[in-house]
Design a protein around this ligand. Structure first.
Ligand code: FES
Length: 145
């Protein structure tokens, strides 16, 4: 992992990443083993499947002060629980509408599919996500912990 990214104002975003155990977490692990650089601004929460992530977890992360939340899992057809990622996709679409109503910019959240073999993809997605959140600055809504 690279050091925390700091913009010219000294802002370190607080970013939560939900990663499924079988694919995206393994992709993160591969990125680490391969010594690929990605910022240390993220806090990874491992779940057994992206379908296990309740949208309320994401709302809570924002409420507790996260500047961005990324939801990741296996590509379609690779989910170890068959259809968990399809459920995640449906829930994400519903959640995105709620987050939009709450005024949270769409660059602050996302859903990405990353396989265990895609360490480079993990690194690229995390770098881009952190950069985008940094450009927005600190989230204005929510309770800072
Ligand atoms: S096990 Fe990875 S998305 Fe279901």
């Amino acid at each position: 992992m690279a050091p925390k990214k700091k913009d010219s104002n000294g802002f370190h975003p607080r970013i939560v990443v939900f990663a499924c155990n079988w694919c995206s977490y393994a992709g993160a692990d591969l990125a680490g083993v391969s010594r690929l650089q990605y910022p240390a601004d993220i806090r990874v929460i491992r779940t057994m499947c992206s379908g296990r992530v309740n949208p309320a977890f994401i709302l809570k992360a924002f409420k507790m002060g996260a500047d961005g939340v990324l939801w990741t899992g296996c590509h379609f057809g690779d989910c170890h629980y068959m259809f968990g990622n399809y459920r995640a996709e449906e829930n994400y679409q519903r959640l995105a509408k709620i987050l939009d109503l709450l005024g949270i910019e769409k660059e602050r959240y996302g859903l990405e599919w990353i396989s265990a073999a895609e360490g480079q993809r993990w690194s690229r997605i995390i770098n881009e996500f952190v950069e985008n959140v940094q450009k927005l600055g600190p989230k204005k809504l929510g309770v800072k912990s």
